[in-house]
Design a protein around this ligand. Structure first.
Ligand code: ATP
Length: 364
């Protein structure tokens, strides 16, 4: 098994589109790694460059200790699972699964045995004689996975393999892939534009923007402390509140409140008193209450009128008009305030993030 190292990869397509822009990255042996980002940021190009289906304009790809930059896909020891599964329609499930062994010219008996073994592992044992058209979407997806597993590759490359499944099946398949990856401990690079999927599956996530990595970290790091306003806007099932504010000593003045900022905000981080900043607070860290909690630092809460209440299941998202600024917080299920009532939003301690206005980077 092997890690994957990318060294200053650039890919320019004819016509001048720079899909990868000097990107460097080290993916560890056995790691489940997600590439996450909006459409067009270069995720698929990066995956195809690791697979050898695209060649970089400059830079290098290593798998384990081998420089594979100029090697053909077939000798890189990787298996790719595509969004549309790319199963051979005229072949049975058995032949599809055994395909990587056939191109390596392994004896028929070995291929049959390995296909049966992998099919059993992936819950496809009864389906071996069928053709892809006779399978459900979920079964086709597992056949594509089984084909990837059969060849015992060093690296799995997954390009949005769950996006053609319906919502329920997608959750089951997600758990299944995670369990399988843990069992096999094969280095896995998983492309998705669905941040919930990346947060649920990956050991580490790279959030990409315009051919570069905007932030690299664990799911928790990326969710709790987005490194810039691009990641802050992109990550989270509810958008982060990003509000214009101003430095006041170690605090920030924002929407009529004065909130505790990161330690040593003024001075230490090159921000003078009065400097304009962007203040980021996730709705999940901004509880809404009908009254100001007793003993709270009274200036450290926003107050305004409830504008909209949206049901999120076990909690509700409450959007409040705070002097013309719309700020969202959350309440537990069953405690929703009525639209038009006055409420207070008090950030959880340590959850106020401050970003520089000039380049959107996190302070502290
Ligand atoms: P999506 O989530 O929509 O699949 P992505 O993040 O995977 O997007 P890529 O498919 O890697 O993005 O594309 C990155 C950029 O490169 C885009 O601007 C795209 O238009 C461009 N691009 C991709 N393939 C080619 C190609 N063969 N020729 C020219 N430009 C291309």
């Amino acid at each position: 098994m092997s890690g994957v190292t990318l060294d200053r990869l650039t890919k320019e397509f004819p016509g001048g589109v720079r899909a990868l822009d000097g990107l460097s990255l080290s993916i560890m042996d056995g790691e489940f790694f997600a590439l996450l980002g909006p459409s067009g940021c270069g995720k698929t190009t990066l995956l195809r460059t690791i697979a050898g289906l695209e060649s970089p304009t400059s830079g290098a790809v290593h798998i384990g200790s081998r420089d594979v930059t100029r090697l053909a896909p077939g000798v890189r020891d990787v298996a790719m699972v595509f969004q549309d599964y790319a199963l051979f329609p005229h072949m049975t499930v058995q032949d599809n699964i055994a395909y990587p062994l056939r191109i390596r010219r392994q004896p028929r008996a070995d291929r049959t045995q390995r296909a049966a073994e992998v099919a059993a592992q992936l819950g496809l044992a009864g389906l071996l004689p069928r053709r892809p058209a006779e399978l459900s979407g979920g079964q086709q997806q597992r056949t594509a996975l089984a084909r990837a597993v059969a060849g015992r590759p060093s690296v799995f490359l997954f390009d949005e393999p769950l996006s053609n499944l319906d919502a329920r099946l997608r959750l089951d398949a997600r758990t299944f892939i995670k369990r399988l990856q843990r069992q096999l401990a094969v280095t896995t690079v998983f492309v998705t534009h669905d941040q919930a999927e990346a947060l649920a599956l990956a050991d580490r996530i790279a959030v990409m923007d315009a051919g570069r990595i905007s932030q690299l970290g664990t799911a928790r790091e990326v969710f709790r402390r987005p490194a810039n306003t691009f990641v802050a806007n992109f990550i989270g099932s509810t958008p982060m509140n990003l509000l214009p504010g101003e430095v006041r000593g170690d605090r920030v003045a924002v929407a009529g409140a004065v909130l505790p900022g990161p330690v040593g905000l003024a001075g230490q981080h090159g921000l003078d008193d009065g400097a304009p900043v962007m203040v980021g607070i996730r709705p999940e860290y901004l509880p809404v209450s009908a009254g100001r909690a007793t003993g709270t630092d009274s200036g450290a809460s926003f107050t305004g009128e409830v504008s909209i209440v949206e049901n999120l299941g076990t909690s509700s998202l409450v959007t409040v008009d705070v002097g013309g600024e719309l700020i969202s917080g959350t309440v537990p299920e069953g405690e929703e305030p009525e639209p038009g009532t006055r409420v207070w939003l008090s950030p959880a301690p340590g959850r106020v993030l401050v970003y520089r206005t000039e380049d959107g980077t996190l302070v502290g």
